[in-house]
Ligand binder design. Sequence first.
Ligand SMILES: Cc1cc2nc3c(=O)[nH]c(=O)nc-3n(C[C@H](O)[C@H](O)[C@H](O)COP(=O)(O)O)c2cc1C
Length: 192
Amino acid sequence: MNKSAITAAPIMPVLADRWSPRSFDANYKLSQHELLSILEAARWAPSANNGQPWRFAVVNRGEALFDQVVADGLSGFNQAWAPRSSTLVVVSIQTKLADGRENNGALYDAGLSVANLVIQAQELGLHAHQMSGIVPAGLSNAFGLHEDIRPIVVVAIGKVAPADQLEGPAYEREIQPRTRLELDEIVLHGKP
Ligand SMILES: Cc1cc2nc3c(=O)[nH]c(=O)nc-3n(C[C@H](O)[C@H](O)[C@H](O)COP(=O)(O)O)c2cc1C
């Protein structure tokens, strides 16, 4: 199944080849080196005023907390496929600045950090799949998060596996071609 992006000009292979599978190898475990590398990539993302409002909680398949994240922290659709991933990274934002004001840029900064994480996983021969279909209260409860720490996304990471181990809507989506809006639709001015 070729999922590489079809682009109008060459882009870095790691960007073109990244995609979000739902079929993961349920026997693969991330090594400590892979996990460290992925988290370091996330850590070195840029952020406004170097505020670094991202926070991560990492659970591996086989741990009780992994099962709790799936059961209490994911939507029903995501519960159908995410358990086969190797590792779930719960991404939260620190919603407040040091002076107590709301950090209105925290979501943007955290998105940059997760982009780094996802691309580093791809560079290591892994795949990552972000999920906003989550139950924030269930995730906060699982990790005893402070009220200023808000879960925003869970990222499933692992080795991609053949699509035919999936069923129903997850299988249907797995075999769809990847699509994007055309540049004409998203570049409002100055398209080359
Ligand atoms: C912020 C965000 C939230 C997402 N939430 C979900 C989700 O809850 N469940 C799911 O199956 N996919 C989810 N996705 C995956 C998107 O559907 C996917 O990235 C998009 O269709 C583009 O496909 P690609 O990543 O393979 O290029 C999410 C992606 C992002 C970036």
